[in-house]
Design a protein around this ligand. Sequence first.
Ligand code: ATP
Ligand code: MG
Length: 381
Amino acid sequence: MPTYLIHYSSEIGLKGNNRRDFINQLRRNIRRQHPAVTSVEHLMGRLVAESPQEEAFDDVFGVAWWAEAQALPADIAAIREAAVALGKAQAAEGKTFAIRARRADKRFPLNSQEIGREIGAAVVEATGMGVNLTAPDVEIFVEIAPGTAFVFSERHPGPQGFPVGVSGKLFGLYSGGIDSVLAAYLMARRGARITLVHFHVFPQAEEAHRQKVGQLAAMLGRYIPGLKVHYLPYRPYHARASSLPRKFQPYRVVTFRRFMARAAATLAQREGGKAVFTGDSLGQVASQTLENMLAVNDALAGFPIFRPLLAWDKQEIITWGERLGFYDLAKQPYKDGCALMAKKPATRAHLDRVQEMEARLNIPALLEETLARDEVMVYGP
Ligand code: ATP
Ligand code: MG
C-alpha cells in the first residue's frame, strides 16, 4: 500500500499550545477530502498517510509539501538499497544527483552529512552519475524518524496555510467573478470555515448552480470541505428599486451592496459566522471607491467586514486565478444583478441620499422577503 509523507506548513509548526489542535484538524481534513486514506499518523513533525490508491494532497490547506515514499526500517543498509534503486531508475548519461538527508531522530547513529556521504557514494558506484548539490537533475530524499526511514525522490508542493476549521467561520459575498473566488480561497487557506452568499437573477437557484457560479463553488469545494452556498434572489430588490424616482438610480449599486452585506451578515449571525468578506479591491472599478466601501461598512453597524484583496492589483489576482485554475471559468460572462443597474453608478455615496432611498425601499421587509427565498447547496466532500 503506498505510503505518503506529508509535511505541514512551517506556520503550523510555530504554533505553541495550539499545534496539537491544528495538526488534528489537518488529519481530519485529509481523511475527509481523501476518503480512501486508511490512516494518518503524526510522526515527529510530519504526517504519514496510507492509501490503497494514488493520492495528491495539493488540495488540503496546511500541507507544505507531500511525497509518495518508501517506508523502511531505520537501517542504513535498507536505506542504501532503496536509494540506489531510485538512482538507477532515473540515471542517464551526464545526469547529476544529490542526496538530501534529514535526521529527525537524533538517536540514529549517522548524522545528516554522514548519511549523505555514505548513500551518495553507493549511488555514484551503482549509476555512474556525478554529484551536484546545487542544481542536481535527480534528488533523493532520506528522512529518519523514530524506527522508520522514508526514501523518495519527488516532492510535490502543497497549498500551505492552515487547515480549514481552525480560524472561525466567515461569510463571503460571492459573485462567481475571479475576485470573490480568490477571496474565498485565501480566507479558507488561513483556516477559516467558509460559507458563501450569492445573489442571482434567476427564478430558481438551480440555474445559477448549473452555471459558472455553481461550477466554481464545486472547484472551491475541493479545498473547502462541506462548502455551503446560500443562493438569494436579486428580483425582490430589483422590482422595488426600479420603481423609485430617477434621482435614486445612481445610488442603486451602493444601496444594493449595502443590501447584500446586510443579507450576508444576517445569515452569519444566524449560523455562527464572525464576519463577512468580499472580493473588493480598492479603486478597481467605479463602485469600489473608498467612500463606497465605507458606505457598505456603515450598513453593518459594526458587524465586521473583511476585504482580503483590498490592496491587490487586478493582474496579480488574474495570475493567481490562472495558477489555481479558476480564471478561465471565472472570466466567463454571467448575468448578474449589477448588469441590470445604472450605467453610471455614483462613485461617492452620499449617505443621506442612500438612507432616503433605503427608507423608500423598506429594507427590513425586503430583507425578509429575500431571505425567505434562500436556497442552500453544499459542495465538495
Ligand atoms: P468579482 O470578481 O468578485 O465579481 P468584481 O471585480 O466584479 O468582483 P464587483 O462586481 O464590484 O467587482 O463586486 C465586488 C464584490 O461584491 C464581489 O467581489 C463580491 O464580494 C460582491 N458581489 C458582487 N456581486 C455579487 C453577487 N451577485 N452576489 C454576491 N456577492 C456579490
Ligand atoms: Mg463581478
